[in-house]
Write a protein that binds this ligand. Structure first.
Ligand code: GAP
Length: 480
């Protein structure tokens, strides 16, 4: 990461804290590594992203329904899904600092360093070798690569590495009190399994016909080893996943469909296409037949925000085998029973939140009419996701102006989130709204009392126009 990129990332983290988006968890006790809390504006933004995803999946697709499964699941779920045996990352320890690293992260960081020095070809070759060795689970080869590249530990500065070993990422806990018959259960590492085990319940009760999808949002937990990238990699995070069940043999075309559809969902938010790219996987997860990531150019470089996976009939077949219950679908069009194939779209809600912050954050220098300069921090959050849609600002605290402002808020607040503020100069109030990403500010002044018009100020252009107060609600709604 260049100094410029690092500064931008740090500026976003500070801004997120200062303006009530994201706080370190239990901060008064010095925080908890890789765990974060969302503040007043953060929780609104997060909810708006979740709602937008949910609507685009379940409301705009007649053949997708939602569920809300429990975080705790029967322990056999994770045996069947392969997570007990396979959900691990190759790790390496530095003997001098006792610091543990994910092998792919060490090598990716080295590739970034090479790229910064202009050695793009060498960086690409390194990543290709890494992908090939990871796919072959060739740990000796990976260690040789780390040695050849003279990669050092960031704490000790030495190359005194242990052998590479696999570490499972699931958190476990006990169900029931110690006195009762205790059983080890896991905090779910993905929401997807709650969908698979409910496949027949949903298909039958919602009378779904293949192809159809089941969507779910919710918390997932992973004992991540590398945890120093703000909300990019957390130990407790939220996923928005959709499993799309298809007839065997059609999975290729549905995989391509969802790969394209999901990228379009991102672009429809107005985020530029050149900030995105696909990364097709060479090393596939234990369940995957084909897989790709949608990557976004975060201030820490191009990184995965969403995965599209062709999971074959792996999960349903495994659950069928372990539960000894049939998980099949009778396709009346072809008169056949089969275990459907699955295309999964899986996006991290917190990662999407960081994407929105990264896209939105801008430090802008403004030239005033008299030639002097000023600056502002503006969060160009897409209007439909913004925590507050409309700020209503009476010019003064008297002459009945606050009462008119309240009238406007009362007519708008059943439809979208509004904010009232009467303290400080209008300029200062505009700046505070820019900093939390409010797309529209309305000023109520003495002319409002005479002709019912107000000044509306647009966040991105700072253009102000005079319009009738009773047009405000529809103007804001048109952006949502
Ligand atoms: N069900 C498939 C699955 O879980 P994944 O690629 O491991 O696939 C999907 O995760 C998405 O979840 C990722 O693209 C990312 O956005 C998010 N995610 C995964 N681990 C995360 C973590 N530790 N912190 C924040 N988000 C994470």
């Amino acid at each position: 990461m260049s100094i410029q990129q690092d500064n931008r990332f740090q500026a976003i983290i500070s801004h997120a804290k200062e303006y009530g988006f994201v706080f370190p968890s239990s901060e008064i006790y010095d925080g908890l590594s890789a765990v974060y809390d969302y503040g007043p504006y953060g929780s609104e933004l997060k909810k708006n992203i979740r709602d937008h995803w949910w609507k685009s999946m379940t409301q705009l697709h007649e053949n997708i329904v939602g569920i809300d499964a429990a975080i705790f699941m029967h322990p056999t779920t994770w045996k069947a899904s392969g997570h007990v045996d396979n959900f691990s990352d190759p790790m390496i320890d530095n003997r001098d600092s006792n610091k543990r690293y994910r092998v792919d992260h060490l090598l990716e960081a080295k590739a970034d360093e090479l790229k910064e020095k202009g050695q793009v070809k060498e960086a690409d070759e390194l990543l290709l070798s890494m992908d090939t060795l990871l796919a072959a689970e060739d740990f000796e080869g990976l260690k040789n690569l780390i040695t050849e590249q003279k990669i050092t530990c960031s704490v000790s500065g030495t190359t005194n590495w242990t052998d590479i070993r696999q570490f499972n990422l699931m958190f476990s806990t006990q169900l029931g009190s110690v006195a009762e018959e205790a059983d080890t259960i896991y905090l779910r590492p993905e929401t997807a399994q709650g969908i698979f085990v409910n496949f027949l319940n949903v298909q039958k009760t919602a009378r779904m016909k293949v192809p159809f999808g089941i969507a779910q949002t919710g918390k997932a937990f992973r004992n991540e080893i590398v945890a120093r990238q703000f909300i990019f990699r957390m130990r407790e995070f939220e996923q928005m996943e959709m499993q799309f069940f298809v007839r065997p043999g059609t999975e290729g075309e549905w995989y391509r469909y969802w790969k394209e559809a999901r990228l379009q969902w991102h672009l429809a938010l107005g985020i530029p296409a050149d900030k995105y790219r696909y990364h097709d996987h060479v090393k596939l997860a234990h369940y995957a037949k084909e897989a790709c990531d949608i990557e976004y150019e975060f201030p820490i470089g191009f990184k995965e925000v969403e995965g599209i996976h062709s999971r074959s009939d792996f999960d349903l077949t495994q659950h069928q085998q372990y539960s000894k219950k049939k998980l099949q679908y009778f396709d009346t069009e072809i008169n056949q029973n089969y275990v459907p194939y699955v295309i999964e779209t899986s996006i991290g809600l917190d990662r999407m939140f960081l994407l929105v912050l990264s896209h939105a954050y801008e430090e802008e220098t403004l030239t005033k009419e008299d030639g002097s300069s000023d600056s502002r921090v503006v969060m160009r959050i897409p209007a439909k996701l913004a925590p507050i849609k409309l700020a209503v600002l009476p010019l003064t605290k008297k002459d009945g102006l606050p009462e008119i402002a309240r009238e406007l808020i009362n007519s708008c607040k059943p439809h979208f989130k509004c904010f009232f503020e009467e303290k400080d100069t209008i300029g200062k109030r505009y700046r505070r709204q820019d900093a939390i990403g409010t797309p529209f500010c309305v000023t109520i002044d003495h002319q409002t009392k005479e002709d019912g018009t107000v000044t509306i100020r647009h966040r991105d252009t700072m253009v102000q126009e005079r319009i009738k107060m009773d047009e405000i609600k529809n103007l804001v709604l048109a952006q949502m």
